[in-house]
Design a protein around this ligand. Sequence first.
Ligand code: ACO
Length: 317
Amino acid sequence: MKIIGTGAVHPTCAVSNEMLEKFLDTTDEWITERTGIKERCVISSEKLEDMAYEAAKRALEDANLTAADIDFLICSNVVNEYVTPALSCIIQGKLGATCPTVDINAACAGFIYAMDIADDKIKCKKAKNILIVCAEEPSRMVSWQNRSTCVLFGDGAGAAVVTEGDELKAIRLTTSSLTEVLYYQRHLEPTPYINKDENFEPLVMKGREVFKHAVSSSCKDIRRLLSQTGLEPNDIKYYVLHQANKRIIDSIRNFLGVDESKVPHNVERYGNISSAALPALLDELNRGGKLQKGDKLVFSAFGAGFTTGACVIEWAK
Ligand code: ACO
């Protein structure tokens, strides 16, 4: 498999730390020091499906393909307005594509899970060109009265087109059921027969535990992949890591012992946009002319579940 196109869209409403200070018991200093986040873009008038469509369109243009060339569409999403139909069906219709589609939820690691599924489909010749769209609005899962969670997230969409190739050198997925450290329960309709207590609460997160799992699992995944491919940390051009918190990114970088220039980040501008973070950062590197054919990249992400995904890929464009 190889990546031949990328695209991303962020909402227009940029919320700075100073804007949060006006209604939350928080400070720019606290948020910057603990997370590195200075602002996040959150959905206001936009619809997530429109952002997803636009990111997909940009990725298709970058790949010099049209919707008719796509054989399969995977949408990675945790939450959106529709429980059904799947977001991928809505995106398919907007694009005018006719291929089968599916939504997956592997939380913030969704992009790597989608890459793994795409790689399998390509390998067994069930599809040639696959569109991956990661579209997320975590700002709608948190209570905006809770300073511990709402400051961390933003919304956005990132997309990538993948096709046949030998550029995916190694990939690793893990799931370890640790549901109590990070969860969000859906509010379901009552029925005449429900006789159990059901409490709806916004996103619950044990920040410190998530932090520890994020660093240790990401480091483990990367270490395994480097040893599997016989690469040294400095052979990698960029480590494209999940953008949840600059301190998590710095801890992983310290473990790898690589220069800051190898670990790009945009969490300071967008906050944590869940699975859209990886393709959006990749798109920034791609459109910023930072990637050259043959560059080796490591992707690594972690999310609620606890899920992790990482891969080594060579840039093909
Ligand atoms: N402003 C000011 N004070 C705050 C804020 C805030 N925004 N948020 C929390 N505090 C306070 C707490 O109330 C607490 O006060 P107390 O000591 O009086 O009780 C104090 O700061 C320390 O709180 P901690 O939670 O212990 O702070 P910590 O240093 O662990 O930082 C943070 C919190 C930033 C959430 C950190 O734990 C973290 O980044 N964890 C990982 C979060 C993450 O990455 N989540 C998503 C990953 S998975 C996915 O992407 C879906």
